[in-house]
Write a protein that binds this ligand. Structure first.
Ligand SMILES: [Zn+2]
Length: 374
């Protein structure tokens, strides 16, 4: 591995009252390769960047081995939330790697620990956010980014996992799986035997089908416009599928569940689909909005049933608590109940991340993972 020399350390010896260079104190920071969002609606720029020269209180340096790609990053690239005042910046919020170094105040991990990187806060300090350098420009980053092979991350965005857990599959604990199980366990509070309809069968939708299946929901109806995604949904727990580009979703769901579903999860963020999801929720059911709507877009609904037992929740990452949820999901994995290897349909090196993003955008992947070691 190639390292850059940043600075020589100096120490003071008070007895002599002079400064002398300290031996073996030369801090070497690794060279970082990153995919940078320079402009909205443009491909990411993959290039070498410089790390901050030292770690602040509560920060850890992580060698990131794998990163997932989420719908949120597509949204950031496309500017769905409006103009981005943090450009240029790094991206990615689901990954796995190894702790290289810890800043002051860090107590939950140590160098050598294997960790999941996640966007929801877990245990530990929430540090300041790092500033990287690229061609004399500052590069912004949040508390965690994963489209980079090394990263300075806030302690509360990493959770230690047992070393025997494969880092590639552990990546999915950073967002997709913890969000999906949070949607089922926290937002929907789904009970065994309840029915569920899931609009949108991308990475999160398929993980929601899996979580619903492990919670003994029935039926589990997956809806999408893409037959490949629907086939995948069936593999991971859906019991019924509806292609909404070919079939009338309302009629099909009413054939299976005349009152609508106990739980309806909406992952697309599309206005008409959000409205339909609410309509197809049973009178005492719960509609869970997961997909983010376009900036400023309003929707229309009949709020009358909300005065009785129907409810709507806008999910915030399933209210996942990484330090609590990741260990319990790992127990499911160890029992053989989480087919995570099958969930990762594609692996790409960081250099080809724009191809990977297109693959996700075109709905040709279950979960696309970036392999930083490649
Ligand atoms: Zn995500």
């Amino acid at each position: 591995m190639y390292y850059a020399n940043l600075q020589d350390g100096f120490s003071i010896i008070p007895r002599w009252g002079i400064y002398i260079p300290a031996r073996n104190k030369t801090e070497k920071m690794p060279i970082v390769k990153a995919a940078i969002l320079v402009e909205q609606n443009r491909p990411l720029v993959v290039d070498q960047i410089d790390l901050p020269t030292e770690l602040e209180y509560g920060q850890v340096l992580v060698k990131i081995c794998y990163s997932g790609i989420c719908g949120s990053q597509l949204g950031e690239i496309d500017g769905v939330k409006g103009p981005d005042k943090f450009l240029p910046h790094l991206l990615g919020h689901e990954g796995a790697g190894v702790i290289e170094r810890c800043g002051k105040g860090v107590s939950t991990v140590k160098p050598g620990d294997h960790v999941v990187l996640h966007w929801k806060p877990g245990k530990g300090v929430q540090s300041g956010t790092p500033l990287y350098r690229w061609k004399d420009k500052n590069i912004n980053a949040g508390w965690v980014t994963t489209f980079n092979n090394y990263g300075v991350v806030s302690e509360n965005r990493v959770t230690k996992i047992p070393p025997e857990i494969d880092l590639k599959t552990a990546t999915l604990y950073g967002c997709a799986l913890t969000t999906a199980f949070g949607i089922i366990n926290n937002d929907a509070d789904l009970k065994a035997g309840e029915s569920i309809a899931i609009f949108g069968s991308g990475g999160v939708g398929i993980a929601v089908a899996l979580a619903a299946s492990l919670s003994s929901a029935y039926p589990i109806i997956a809806i999408d416009i893409n037959d490949f995604k629907l086939e995948q949904a069936l593999k991971f727990g859906a019991t019924h599928v509806i292609n909404s580009s070919k079939e009338n979703v309302t009629e099909k769901i009413k054939e299976i569940l005349s009152q609508g579903a106990d739980v309806v999860v909406e992952n697309t963020g599309i206005k008409s689909v959000r409205e339909q999801a609410y309509e197809l929720t049973s009178p005492e059911g719960r509609t869970i909005f997961v997909g983010v709507p376009k900036h400023g877009e309003k929707m229309s609904l009949d709020s009358f049933p909300l005065h009785f037992s129907k409810s709507i929740t806008g999910s915030h990452g399933g209210d996942a608590r990484p330090d609590y949820d990741i260990p319990r999901l790992i127990r499911l994995q160890q029992k053989g109940l989480l087919p995570l290897d099958e969930m990762i349909s594609h692996l790409y090196p960081l250099e080809r991340i724009n191809e990977a993003i297109e693959m996700v955008r075109n709905g040709k992947a279950v979960r696309c993972v970036i392999d930083m070691n490649d």
